[in-house]
Ligand binder design. Structure first.
Ligand code: PEP
Length: 252
């Protein structure tokens, strides 16, 4: 039985004062809510603050990107070892906002996935189709390509207990949410694809839905079979909204 997981993706938002208020409120309001796992993926400079405020709570923290190298002359990059030093449990890899704007290749994303795992950080590997791909009927082909590029180079052991986020690009930041049935169908497809490549991993991989999840649609989406939680953008910046989504994942 997979535990549900709700992860906030703060993107490039926040400041020390706002973060403190948000995190303190979440720690307080989610105390004792223990039927699911919760995490926030914060901008790098706030990892220390997240570590200070979340340590000992039931909310984990992580980052939104990681370098493919261990160390060295890579100006502007942050290594998995550095994330580990700040207690990061998760790192988002392959988010469409990054792969589009910063030209991340599939090979690059596969390396990020592998290096995170090697350092004991759970990668949250994002896949999803564009509107054009969905409308032209090549959605499964597009998702399969993204999955295969990473899963075919990661052994089954690396995939075990990893997290995949299905994030249709057309639903991110748009207030257009996939219907529960559309999301369920995509999640089943992803799990079948994982099973085909690494049969042992299919049951342990958690597949999150991301794309305009809010407190009003969360319960329906997160109760669908094969949807193991959510990756939440805008609504993770509001303590009350994020708390309600976390509670919806617990069925309360
Ligand atoms: C995201 O960026 O991962 C995301 C799902 O954003 P939003 O919830 O704002 O659509």
């Amino acid at each position: 039985m997979r535990r549900k997981l709700v992860v906030g993706n703060w993107k490039m938002n926040g400041n020390l004062a706002q973060n403190e208020q948000l995190l303190r409120t979440l720690v307080n309001d989610l105390q004792g809510v223990d039927h699911a796992d919760f995490a926030v993926c914060v901008p790098y400079p706030y990892l220390f603050q997240a570590q200070q405020l979340l340590q000992g709570s039931n909310i984990a923290w992580g980052a939104q990107n990681v370098a493919t190298q261990e160390s060295g002359a890579h100006t502007g990059e942050v290594s998995a070892q550095m994330l580990k030093e700040f207690g990061a449990s998760y790192v988002i890899v392959g988010h469409s906002e990054r792969s589009n704007a910063y030209c991340e290749s599939d090979a690059n994303i596969a390396d990020k996935f592998a290096i995170a795992k090697q350092h004991g950080i759970t990668p949250i590997f994002c896949v999803g189709e564009t509107l054009q791909e969905r409308e032209s009927g090549v959605m499964e082909y597009a998702i399969a390509n993204q999955l295969d590029a990473v899963l075919s180079v990661s052994g089954g052991a690396l995939l075990d207990h990893a997290v995949i986020a299905y994030e249709p690009v057309w639903a991110i930041g748009t207030n257009k949410t996939a219907t529960p049935e559309q999301a369920r169908a995509a999640h089943s497809f992803i799990r079948e694809r994982v099973a085909a490549l690494h049969p042992g991993a299919a049951e342990t991989v958690r597949i999150l839905y991301g794309g305009s999840v809010n407190p009003r649609n969360a319960a329906q989406l997160l109760s669908m079979p094969d949807i193991d939680g959510g990756l939440i953008g805008r609504c993770s910046l509001d303590a009350a909204d994020f708390e309600r989504i976390c509670r919806a994942a617990c069925g309360i």
